[in-house]
Structures are given as C-alpha cells and as structure tokens.
Design a protein around this ligand. Sequence first.
Ligand code: ADP
Ligand code: MG
Length: 463
Amino acid sequence: MPDKQLQLGEDGAFLALQNAWDHALQALAEQANKPTFESWIKTARPVSIQGNVVRIGTKNGLARRWLEEKHLPFIKEVLESHLGFELKIRVELLEQDEPAIMSETLPKKPRPRAKAGDEPLSQPFNRQYNFDTFVVGPTNRLAHACATAIAEKPGKTYNPLFIYGGPGLGKTHLMQAIGQFVMQASPKMRVAYVSGETFTYHYITALREHRSAEFRRRYRSVDLWLVDDIHFLIGKERTEEEFFHTYNAIYDMGRQIVLTSDRAPKDLELDGRLLSRFEMGMLADISPPELETRMAILQSKAASENMALSDEVILYIAQLITRDIRELQGALIKLHAYASLMKTSVTTDLAESVLGKYFAEQAPPPIDAQKVQREVAKRFNVELSDITGKSRTRDVVIPRQVAMYLTRQLTESSLPAIGRAFGGRDHSTVLHACKKIEARVGKDRSFASVLDELSRAISGAAN
Ligand code: ADP
Ligand code: MG
C-alpha cells in the first residue's frame, strides 16, 4: 500500500506528477468513451514518483489491466511531455479505502479547457485597502515595509511573507494593498486573494462536484497568491493537505505567496511541514498601535469622510479605543452619524456620551488607577481617600494630580476613565492635572526624580 509520507515527502516531484496526471486525464477523457472512462480511468491516480519511476494506483484489477493494456503508452507520453523526461510506469492495485484526496482529479463532465475557466480563484478586493490609506507607525512598520517591498518585486524578495497579529490591526488591508498595487503596476500578473475560509469552501465544493482538477488548475495558475486568515484551516485535515499541495505548487514555480494569521507560525496547530515552510520566509507581526498612530488613523479617516474633528475629540477617541483599528474607525463613524442626526457638532462631551457607554467595558479595570493611588498616598503620606476625595488643600491636591499624571503615564486608561477612578472627576480636570505635573517635571529635577522613583515602585508593586 502506498504510504502518504512518501507521496508528501517528495512533494515537488509529486506535485509535478499530479499536475501532469491531470493533463493526461483530460486527454483520456476526450479519447475514451464515457462509461469506460468513468469506471476505470477516473478511479486511477498517481501514487508516487521516485527517480523516473511513476506508480499509478487503481482500485480494481480490471481497471488495472485495462489501463495497462490499452492506455499505458498514451499515459506515458502525456506524462513525459509534461515532466520533460523519460518515465517507467507501474500500474498497481490500491487498497479499497485509500484516502481519496488524489483520486478525484477529474471533472465529471470533462470541460473544454476554455481560457475563461482557468481564471485564478479570487475574492473581490476592497478598493479602500491600498497603501495610500494605510497609516504607518512603529507597530506595523515592519509589516508595511515588507509589503511594499513585495508589491514592487513579487517573488524576488521575501517568500512567503507571513503577517500576523490580532483582529482589526490591518492585516487584510496590507495584504490587499499588495494585490492591488501589483495588479495596477503589472496588469498581466495573475493575482488571487482568498481567505482560509473561502479556500476551504472552494475545496469542499470541488470535491463534491468532482471538479478537483479544475480547482487545482485555477488555484495553481497564480503569480501572486494572497491567503488571508490561514488559522481557519486548523483542524480541517483534508483541506490543510490540499492547501499544502497548492502552496508547494505555487511556491515551486517561484511565485509570490503572502499569508496572514491571527498568530505566529509556531503557535498555529497546523502540519509541521507547512509551518517550517512559513518560517522559511519573512515573518512580520503587527501589534496594536500606540496613541499617536491611533490619532493619525482617526485623522486620516475623518479627512476621507469629510468630517471636521477637533484634536481634543480625536485624542478622546484614540484614548478610549486602544486595541482594534476597526473599532476605532467604527466609533468615529458612529459619532459622525449621531452628530449629523442630532444636527450638533462633535465635541468631547458628545463623544463621551455617545461612545463612553459602548466602550465602557473596555476601560482598564480601576485596579490600575488604585495601584497608583495607593503608592502615591504612601509616598506623600496622605490617606487614600484624600486622593479621590474633594479636598482642595495643597497637601492633597499635589499628590492627587501626581496620581492622575502617573495613571496616565503608566496605564492605557483614557482621560474620562481616569476621571472616574478619581472620584468622578471629568476628563478636563485630569488633563489639567497632567499638564501641571508635566510642566513641573520639566522644571524641577528633584520633583522629577521623586516621580521617577514612584513610577518604578508602582510598576514593580503587586496589585
Ligand atoms: P485585520 O485583517 O488585521 O483584522 P483589517 O485589515 O481588516 O484588520 O483592518 C480593520 C480596519 O482597520 C480596516 O478598515 C482597515 O482599513 C483599518 N486599518 C487597519 N490598519 C490601518 C492602518 N495602519 N491605517 C489605516 N487604516 C487601517
Ligand atoms: Mg482580516
């Protein structure tokens, strides 16, 4: 019985064989009459290639004899013309329950090889996802640099490029930017974008409709293959295996592959052979953007939507939503819609009332602010309740402002969230406190060193 390891271990040659076999089948389908073809030829499949020895397997003895006696010279000729060297072909009997992945290589009704049918399988592109609309910052700089390098010279720099990171951080955007750039620069390039989910769907459909040969032809005819969210393949063994073959076929032809995933290859529970191929290329992670980039993204989005937004509102939203750019943009659109509906202008107060409640659950837990408050109270020798209380005496106001300032520095809390943690003060009070302390830090070195020491104590302190 042919073993699967062997087939896959020599994948390059085997894939070439499989490809040649698809052609042989196509040609045989045109020659043989339909019942003969359906019952005998179609059930045969290539099993392995070692050196110039090719093994073809069939599931019944009659089919084997029929193939050997009637069609071997023809099959040999077609395979040789595709592989480019002389072959020895052995036809063997396979066990009944051999995995059928390679066996359904023929459309039920052989289709004429019309050019249109060979278009690569691709999902549509989103025109907004281009390099011009992509804001670059420290957390996506590497991925962006690799993406532009590849877009300029597909197949010539890094192959594959593997981009990974959490949801809403721009993986699809960058990937589609590569595709659209290439299509524009070289209209002849065959560019296909497909998600792991769609690949799975196409594969299952091809199996069900006995159109695997067409599936393979179309999938393998690309110059630039963009596969989004490949973590979707985890746990789908047969699809993963087909993906592996497709990947190798495209890669072996020197074509460019770009992949995205929500995690690094080492954390993907996929076949090790696939992972080591991913790791041979370039890995680029994207992490959540820092404040300045979030603001730049909001500004760019606002400009493209013709929204007038003050810096204060931009800052407010950028502080409120920190992990997901999709949500960041969603918040902006929501706010815009609300303001135009109510015919009012967008202010921080409006932003707070519209967005605050949607994202309240995202605000960092008050424990962070409490930790700061505890340490500050200890250092300045005041009561914890003074820090959050109403007293305006200088002894209390300074530590309170210091605590707000440090909370802002050391946590990702938004101004309103800090205000809430400090006895329900509003964001402008917090902003004022931060500015005051910042000004003093700039002028007073011993004060600065006290704060430095404090922030180290807080960062090291247990909750
Ligand atoms: P992912 O695929 O990582 O889940 P997407 O590429 O779908 O994320 O991005 C989510 C949204 O955020 C999209 O509307 C995208 O245009 C936008 N986006 C992500 N990163 C950026 C960026 N750096 N600059 C501008 N827009 C971005
Ligand atoms: Mg995506």
